[in-house]
Design a protein around this ligand. Structure first.
Ligand SMILES: Cc1cc2nc3c(=O)[nH]c(=O)nc-3n(C[C@H](O)[C@H](O)[C@H](O)COP(=O)(O)O)c2cc1C
Length: 479
């Protein structure tokens, strides 16, 4: 017998679609994987059907093979079962009485569950990277360290996870949850151990994760974000899937006017600039962060030139679904994933010649500044935060707050939307650095800022549009 699968209910992953092709070929496909099989006997076809609709024990499945194909069918059955497992297509479930206690669902090839005997006297603890969340109507246990997720089908499975926040032996778990037999518990803990959700602790109740210098330097949210926004450690669709098409309208390329107080900004003569500008290599080589400002204030004209060269809309292309253009896109001086250009620029003006202090929004379609407020407690707090981040003694002349209209990107992209936004923010940072260098201004990018504070100051909804980056700008002190 195939001992690895004994006592488990085997099933095919729910996300797999099975379709028949020509010449008895069968395709298994999900949003991220596709496999072709040939040569299924009647017995194997029945087994696949059962695996797809609820599953069965290895014993029950081999009974079907015996009925349909006879004993001669067993080698083929075990060959395919092993192949499905190697490809990460098979889920394992543990029962508690007639109910499912938990199901182990692999994400990718090479990560099927393998039964290993547990030391029942050892103590185990939950990994600090494991977390439970709701998916549909199920609780799932996931971890960015894992190549599988575990569905906690029964509350007793969730109770085990709760208890394992502290190091626990099987015995201790059983004292708390007497309905769980040692046998069920061992198999469930086997899932957890195999997926890396729990680890054995040493005499001092320390688990290997805590000794590991590499893992120590990963924070939970960073590792989760890394795992979920790259391919490999999850089974979700990735890229431009347009999952809200026909359900939610995409956002327009630029925002509606935010204020009636609008001032047209200076537009530089680009032809003249391309003749007179510093050479590209010089700009690139001279670029640096500058945190010392001249006494002479930066002017509205300089700010106009800076914004025009960094962030104006050069061309706008309206959506044309019949021609395959599903949403409005624009071209700006800097590139942006999917040409969504979700980044919005807000400016906190502290000192700028010809511009009153206060908070402004840059409208890139008309190249105008929209005044949102004068200097208030919130806008001063924005300037103070930037001053602190850059280690300045005084408030910066201008702080630039880059916010993202998240749904511009999330409407199209799946799994990577937020990571795209941060990449786009980096791209805009560098464009600002280069333009500021070419204009002899003092630029500095900032790594932290208060997203809630900008929302309060500019009247934004945190979930719709909030700050993802900050930058400070002024006139460079000449030494
Ligand atoms: C994403 C990013 C975040 C940054 N965060 C800060 C910051 O919070 N405070 C600061 O003073 N400088 C910050 N900087 C500027 C860096 O300190 C600076 O780029 C680095 O020291 C190299 O110096 P250089 O820009 O003069 O080449 C940041 C730069 C980047 C690209």
């Amino acid at each position: 017998m195939y001992s690895n699968t004994q006592n488990y209910i085997l099933s095919l992953r729910q996300d797999l679609q099975i379709t028949e092709g020509l010449e008895e070929t069968i395709y298994f496909h999900s949003s991220t994987q596709s496999y072709l099989f040939k040569g299924f006997s009647n017995g194997i076809r029945k087994v696949v059907e059962i695996l797809k609709t609820g599953g069965g024990s290895e014993e029950a499945l081999s009974e079907i093979i015996l009925q349909e194909d006879g004993e001669i069918g067993f080698p083929r059955f075990y060959y395919y079962l092993q192949r499905f497992m190697n490809l990460g297509l098979i889920c394992h479930s543990v029962l508690i009485g007639p109910d499912v206690l938990a199901t182990y669902i692999p994400f990718s090839p090479g990560h099927s569950f393998q039964h290993t005997k547990l030391d029942m006297n050892s103590r185990y603890i939950l990994s600090r990277f494991a977390y439970i969340r709701r998916e549909g109507r199920q609780s799932v246990l996931e971890s960015p360290l894992a190549h599988a997720r575990i569905v906690l089908a029964h509350w007793q499975a969730s109770a085990v996870i709760n208890l394992m926040a502290d190091a626990c032996s099987c015995q201790k778990l059983q004292q708390h949850l007497p309905r769980l037999s040692e046998h069920d518990l061992e198999r469930f803990l086997g899932f957890l151990l195999h997926a890396g959700m729990i680890e054995e602790v040493d005499w001092d109740s320390i688990n290997p994760e805590e000794h590991n210098e590499v893992l120590q330097q990963w924070e939970f949210h960073d590792l989760l974000y890394h795992a979920r926004s790259r391919m490999g450690r999850h089974d979700q669709p990735v890229g431009g899937t347009y999952r809200f098409r026909d359900k939610i309208s995409p956002l327009p390329a630029s925002k509606l006017p935010m204020s009636r107080e609008r001032s047209q900004l200076y537009k530089p003569d680009m032809e003249k600039l391309s003749e007179q500008d510093y050479p590209f290599t010089l700009v690139l080589e001279e670029r640096k962060s500058v945190r010392e400002y001249a006494d002479q204030e930066i002017s509205a004209k300089q700010l106009g030139e800076f914004l025009y060269r960094c962030a104006r809309i050069k061309h706008l292309h309206k959506a044309n679904p019949a021609a395959g253009a599903l949403y409005d896109v624009s071209q700006r001086p800097y590139p942006g994933g999917g040409a969504c250009h979700e980044l919005e620029i807000y400016l906190c003006i502290n000192k700028c010649h010809d511009l009153e202090p206060g908070l402004y929004h840059y409208a890139p379609d008309h190249h105008v500044l929209e005044k949102l407020s004068g200097l208030t407690e919130d806008t001063e707090a924005l300037l103070k935060d930037c001053s602190y981040s850059a280690g300045l003694k005084d408030l910066p002349p201008i702080s630039i707050h880059i916010a993202a209209r998240f749904q511009r990107v999330a409407w199209k992209y799946q799994s990577i939307a937020y990571s795209l936004i941060l990449k786009n923010t980096g791209v805009l940072y560098q464009t600002m650095y280069l333009v500021a260098t070419a204009m002899d201004l003092a630029p500095t990018a900032l790594g932290s800022g208060n997203a809630d504070l900008l929302c309060r100051a500019a009247g934004l909804n945190y979930l719709e549009e909030s700050a993802v980056g900050e930058f400070i700008l002024g006139n460079k002190r000449v030494k």
